[in-house]
Design a protein around this ligand. Structure first.
Ligand code: PEP
Ligand code: MG
Length: 568
């Protein structure tokens, strides 16, 4: 047992296996869920093949331009890469210790470089740089096609404790805090954003640990004592049993109302709607607990977890879907539940969302039937993902009508179920006025809009720093969509992760949005912040932000003017 002491930021004792997040480098080190082990191993060989190809290309171009001598550096790297033992040992590590592929590679290379440290020969010692270079390239290739930290954190299959260098609220808001029991950070003080968020959710937390991410191993059993400010490595049975006694303290029981519900209200009385984004029907409890007014986005494709198989399988069965949707509507009453139809991306190349649903009308019709039948039991809105033109939307609406009449629903019944479009493809944003004429509401999905508008694949480490919610193009698109909705007199909301950063949220209010949907964990802080702000100030800040040319200028405008008083 070893104890690291920092600052207790939120009380409670919890235990679990450590998941290490190095936010600055965007890496996550964790115990691979057993179901993912083989996939992780397959990524190792794919990563090696990509690396080999790149090195061979670099080698031949250098040899052409500068001769064979210089190119020989890459021969050494290629030899090292193809050393039978490298990938084999990494695969063993993944299988036996269940560490993720990138982390296994890092550890093997760390050992390698350790050996070089002890070599007396200067020339050989300098070869260490080549090893680091190769390790970096291999890890970069492993990251491509890997899930984002957000997805990985959602897939954890055992009680965990997150140990991060830092944990900005926008990431904290994406974590499923029923699986991740608590967190510890190297950075931070009692007053920083994430600590406030932890307290309002009752998630035990310790901050200011300085080097916990270096000391703790991924998958190592750890406990957090948020009162004492301790992170305990390999905790004793006594501490584990204390943690077990506290296990249910922070998990919201169904029906328990934690935070106040209803709209958030600014100092000058502007009302803002805060809904929750959820992936699983069970998340309703967390949404209610966080004070969500309704569900602004239910990602229904999570029902089909398991991919292609599921399109025809029992989990997409109409009866089962009907029961789930009905339970959600009743559970959230009188709040509105916005259910997004399946947004699957199994075929790649942009064949996803509504496009894919229209291509495979049978499962789509089953979903629409289940939705319309459930609509009798609460306030339902149906939303289509990845709409890129008016024809798709019209065709989907035609199907709703057709399915409705099969079910004996008349125009009046159907009028009770608003049908909306997600605006997450730039083409839809540019034609929001046309889409708005064919929709009962719009929802801006900035997660996809940003990546398609800025031409940045978020899973590609080489460009991920260009993924920038505050890019002037994104702010303009938001304004464009808001205006189109206003002209058509239909509601518009925003459900991308950008709304879960309270400072960005304040800007969005300034840009004229009034409805938001976000991860439940982000709602309490959003409400608290908005209550301390004046809407006319926010409008003035937004007007200035719209005239600025760079992300940096926009960020500093926000930093100077939106004061998060709790931030200390
Ligand atoms: C979005 O694209 O902004 C969105 C909310 O949808 P998802 O994150 O599920 O793609
Ligand atoms: Mg999306």
């Amino acid at each position: 047992m070893q104890r690291l002491t920092g600052i207790g930021a939120s009380p409670g004792v919890v235990a679990g296996r450590a998941v290490i997040l190095i936010q600055r480098e965007q890496v996550l080190r964790y115990r691979v869920p057993s179901a993912r082990v083989e996939k992780e191993i397959a990524r190792l060989s794919a990563g090696r093949d990509a690396t080999r190809q790149q090195l061979a290309e670099i080698r031949s171009s250098i040899s052409r331009k500068h001769g064979a001598d210089l190119a020989s550096i890459f021969d050494a790297q290629l030899l090292m890469l193809d050393d039978q033992k490298l990938i084999q040992r990494a695969a063993e590590m993944v299988r036996e210790q269940r560490v993720n592929a990138a982390w296994a590679i890092q550890r093997i290379f760390d050992e390698f470089s350790g050996v070089f440290d002890d070599i007396a020969d200067d020339y050989l010692r300098e070869r260490k740089g080549d090893i680091a270079d190769l390790a970096g390239r291999l890890k970069m290739n492993l990251q491509r096609g890997a899930s984002s930290p957000r997805e990985l954190l959602r897939e954890l299959d055992e009680a965990s404790v997150l140990v991060a260098d830092e944990l900005p609220p926008s990431i904290a808001a994406q974590v499923d805090w029923t699986k991740v029991r608590g967190f510890a950070t190297d950075a931070g003080s009692r007053t920083y954003h994430t600590a406030i968020l932890a307290r309002s959710l009752g998630v035990p937390a310790v901050v200011g640990l300085r080097d916990a991410t270096r000391v703790v191993q991924p998958g190592q059993p750890v406990a957090i004592d948020g009162e004492a400010g301790d992170l305990i490595l390999d905790p004793s049975d006594e501490i584990l049993s204390r943690a077990r006694r506290h296990e249910h303290d922070s998990a919201p029981a169904p029906g328990v109302q934690g935070e106040p519900a209803g709209p958030a209200v600014t100092i000058d009385g502007l009302q803002l709607r805060l809904d929750a984004n959820i992936e699983f029907p069970d998340d309703l409890a967390a949404a209610r607990y966080a004070g969500a007014e309704g569900i602004g986005l239910y990602r229904s494709e999570f029902l089909l977890m398991g991919g292609v198989r599921a399109w025809g399988a029992a989990s997409a069965d109409e009866e089962e879907q009907y029961a789930i949707y009905r339970r959600m509507l009743e559970g959230m009453a009188p709040g509105t539940v916005t259910i997004r139809t399946f947004d699957l991306d199994q075929e790649g190349g942009g064949m996803r969302g509504l496009r894919l649903s229209l291509l495979k009308p049978e499962p789509f019709r089953r979903q629409l039937r289940a939705l319309l039948r459930a609509s009798r039991h609460g306030a339902l809105r149906i939303m289509f993902p990845f709409v890129s033109n008016v024809e798709e939307l019209r065709e989907a609406r035609r199907l709703i009508k057709e399915v409705g009449s099969e079910l004996g629903l008349g125009d009046e019944d159907l009028a009770r179920v608003p049908v909306g479009a997600m605006i997450e493809v730039p083409a839809a944003a540019y034609t929001a006025d046309l889409i708005a004429r064919n929709a009962d509401f719009l929802t801006i999905g900035t997660n996809d809009l940003i990546q398609y508008c800025l031409a940045v694949d978020r899973s590609d480490a080489r460009v991920s720093q260009l993924y920038e919610p505050l890019h002037p193009a994104i702010l303009r698109m938001v304004v464009m969509v808001r205006r189109a909705a206003a002209r058509q007199k239909i509601p518009v909301s925003l459900c991308g992760e950008m709304a879960s950063d309270p400072v960005v949220l304040a800007l969005l209010v300034g840009l004229g949005l009034r409805e938001f949907s976000m991860t439940p964990a982000a709602i309490p802080l959003a409400r608290r912040l908005l209550q301390e702000l004046r809407s006319d100030d926010l409008h003035a800040i937004a007007r200035r932000a719209l005239r600025l040319s760079t992300v940096e200028e926009i960020e500093s405008e926000l930093e100077r003017n939106i004061v998060v008083s709790q931030r200390g």
